[in-house]
Design a protein around this ligand. Structure first.
Ligand code: SF4
Length: 352
């Protein structure tokens, strides 16, 4: 038996019609703006986390014009907690480009979509097919895994050749589909709920009788495990500084790199050792005796192990020096990483 494209698309499309989860961006008909926001949010992030942020985001920025004209700080604040903040900045730039070059109308053709900031082949394919019913494929980790299992292809999932193969397979399927957008959403849904990386639920799969890995009993081995990414250790010393009015001193990170563009308590970083209180004091314009060590914790991301030591500063007259004091109730208006939220919210327990 070989997987037949036509029967696969029929099975997937009819399964999706009956099993699609009710998600706030799956309106009928699909709204281009909400679809664009959801596609940016869903990159490398699970649906459950996106669900917490999606509705407040599209309520605050109800139209692409509202998003385009918002301040970047506010966009980052509404994105807070989703991680990978570069996506938020790109979505903001993408909205500005749509307003500037397309009169606020999200284009339907793949070429114009791919020319927008932050829109790669996957996102362009998703918008073109799901919103505008065009015959365009999409390939991400979910789709590659499903296709590899259906074809019993044991190649490493992230190899260039495997990805090229997956795009060719997905293109063939999109060409056979009754509605390519439904097919693409069905594959995303199957990958998220049934044909998952672990605990695969083949007993509920609509394409089980066409799946060569299921036949061969190799579903658990495909795709083979990825080599573990080496994590880099970073050492950070952060200081909680208040002025006499109780406002907090915060600084903005550079736009690129880890937590790019987000706000934080003044922080000194080093890749080889923990910064000393003397060095942190020099950064702030105070002496080491003005700093009290309060707490240490480790924050782990996919690529980094970040070791924080948290200090409070007993001085209340430190100049801002390019940073800014912000009243505590306004902290939520800034984009702040989860690690820095922990630092800034630990203030409740810190007395000077
Ligand atoms: S039968 Fe199992 S391995 Fe094959 S596509 Fe379905 S869920 Fe995935």
């Amino acid at each position: 038996m070989t997987p037949g494209d036509q029967s696969l698309t029929v099975a997937l499309e009819s399964w999706f019609a009956n099993h699609a989860r009710d998600l706030p961006w799956r309106t009928e008909p699909r709204d281009p703006y909400r679809s664009l926001v959801s596609e940016f949010m869903l990159q490398q992030t699970q649906v459950s986390r996106v669900l917490e942020k999606f509705t407040p985001f599209v309520e605050r920025f109800a139209t692409i014009e509202a998003l385009a004209s918002a301040a970047e700080d506010e966009v980052l604040a509404m994105w807070s907690g989703l991680g990978y903040y570069r996506r938020a900045r790109m979505l903001h730039k993408c909205a500005q480009a749509v307003v500037e070059h397309h009169a606020g109308v999200i284009p339907s053709d793949i070429k114009s979509l791919q020319a927008l900031p932050g829109v790669g082949r996957y996102t362009a394919g998703a918008i073109a097919s799901i919103v505008f019913r065009q015959s365009t494929p999409i390939v991400d980790g979910n789709v590659t895994r499903i296709l590899q299992r259906i074809h019993n292809n044991p190649s490493p999932q992230t190899d260039k050749a495997t990805i090229q193969w997956a795009w060719a397979q997905a293109e063939q399927l999109a060409d056979c589909a009754h509605n390519p957008g439904v097919l693409n959403e069905a594959m995303m849904e199957l990958g998220a709920t049934i044909c998952t990386p672990k605990n695969i639920r083949c007993d509920q799969c609509p394409v089980r009788n066409q799946c060569l890995a299921f036949d061969a009993g190799t579903t658990e081995q495909i795709p083979p495990p990825k080599p573990k990414a080496k994590q880099k250790t970073i050492y950070c010393a952060s200081a909680v500084v208040r002025n006499k009015a109780g406002a907090l001193l915060v600084e903005q990170r550079p736009p690129e790199g880890m937590w790019g563009g987000l706000f934080q308590a003044p922080t000194l970083e080093d890749s080889s050792r923990q910064p000393t209180p003397e060095e942190l004091g020099a950064l702030l314009g105070c002496g080491p005796a003005d700093l009290r060590e309060r707490e240490s914790f480790t924050h782990i991301t996919t690529h980094r192990i970040v070791q924080f030591v948290l200090y409070s500063c007993i001085q209340t007259e430190l100049p801002a020096n390019g940073r800014r004091y912000i009243p505590e109730p306004e902290l939520h208006t800034l984009g702040i990483s989860n690690a820095q939220k922990r630092i800034l919210h630990s203030l409740d327990t810190i007395t000077q």
